[in-house]
Design a binder for this molecule. Structure first.
Ligand SMILES: *Cc1c(COP(=O)(O)O)cnc(C)c1O
Length: 359
């Protein structure tokens, strides 16, 4: 039985057309700068963002951590939202790879504005670490797929610049923000020193991320990528997938957003589901199950029995994610399965295993 997989937008498989593009890719040794397809992708994305240069990376974790290492030295501190990927889901990398302390802040929807940041830059004194970098996430992941308004990005950016901080954007789902939002890649790029994007989420590639910034910074980032084990050789096969995705899979993200809104509306109607955001802006939907209904892990088990995989996020919290491999029919099948699971009940279901983010 084919499972409908709503656990993440990382589960997508390359389409036949993408595989064909990968198969046909012209390749060379990229560590020697000789892979024409990687070079073409880096130029293409840099131009799209109006940046001087770009560096292809293995993963969003790698491109984010290249930025941390680029902007900071051991003993420095970065400012970031407490729910962000960089500090929760990257295996402690700021400390482990760069000797950097993470100062976590709170703010609505996984986003930070100036009022959340003000007063958080430490004074220049030998007692303190040096506050050096601010990182934002757009769209927010645990924040619920929220899209930063451009004005907020511009305000935080101007504030950070005035405070002498570097600015990095974790744009793993930036294309979702661009499709949902009112601004262009170049508008966003003007607000940051570096931006990380992912091809392996909603864009549907098997592998690949990218760091963007100035030519001087990207020359340093390339060395850091090698240090972090990301110097790839005939990676043009991966870059070809990314080029194909940029040409064919960006506009269709709007379908994922429509499907997420439909799922949210359907789950909202189930008695015992709470906490669905009033506005689903992109492809992530979070909700809570009332304790008397059962736990998120039990619900995930009941849904799996019905051919649908969902993401238990610990306790009562559930995440469902739409992507290129989720069709309009899959949305209806999912909602029918959920209604049936709620009707049959799953509170007494034995708990087998645990969700990836569950304790
Ligand atoms: C997925 C994701 C990343 C990168 O994850 P990788 O699996 O390392 O590619 C970075 N930031 C956010 C917000 C993400 O959701």
């Amino acid at each position: 039985m084919r499972l409908i997989d709503l656990r993440s937008d990382t589960v997508t498989r390359p389409t036949p057309a993408m595989r064909e593009a990968m198969f046909r890719a012209e390749v060379g040794d990229d560590v020697m700068g000789e892979d024409p397809t990687v070079n073409r992708l880096e130029r293409m994305v840099a131009d799209m963002f109006g940046c001087e240069a770009a560096v292809f990376a293995c993963s969003g974790t790698q491109s984010n951590q290249m930025a941390v290492r680029l902007h900071c030295i051991p003993g420095d501190e970065l400012l970031i939202h407490e729910s962000s990927h960089i500090c929760n889901f990257e295996a402690g990398a700021p400390a482990a790879l760069s000797g950097v302390t993470v100062r976590t802040l709170t703010g609505g929807g996984g986003m930070l504005d100036i009022s959340d940041l003000e007063g958080k830059v430490r004074v220049n004194d030998q007692h303190f670490c040096r506050t050096q970098l601010v990182c934002l996430e757009n769209t927010t992941n645990l924040g619920g797929g929220r899209v930063y308004p451009l004005a907020q990005l511009q305000q935080v950016s101007a504030w950070a610049q005035a405070a002498g901080l570097k600015r990095h954007l974790d744009g793993a789902r930036l294309f979702n923000a661009l499709v949902a939002g009112q601004y262009t890649a170049a508008d966003v790029a003007r607000c940051f020193d570096t931006i990380s994007i992912c091809f392996s989420k909603g864009l549907g590639c098997p592998v690949g991320s990218m760091l963007l910034g100035s030519a001087a910074d990207m020359a340093k980032a390339r060395r850091i990528r090698k240090l972090f084990g990301g110097g790839l050789r005939q990676s043009g096969m991966l870059a070809a997938a990314a080029i194909h995705a940029l040409e064919h899979h960006v506009d269709r993200l709007a379908d994922d957003h429509l499907h997420a809104r439909q799922l949210a509306a359907g789950f909202q109607r189930l008695n015992g589901v709470t906490g669905i955001a009033s506005s689903i802006e992109t492809n992530l939907v979070f909700f809570e199950l009332a304790p008397e209904i059962g736990t998120a892990v039990q619900f995930a088990g009941a849904m799996r029995d019905r051919g649908v995989l969902i993401g238990p996020m610990g306790g009562q919290r559930v995440r469902v994610v739409t992507h290129i491999d989720v069709s309009a029919d899959d949305v209806q099948t999912t909602l029918t399965a959920a209604a049936d699971a709620f009707q049959q009940g799953f509170r007494d279901r034995p708990i087998q295993g645990k969700g990836p983010f569950s304790r």
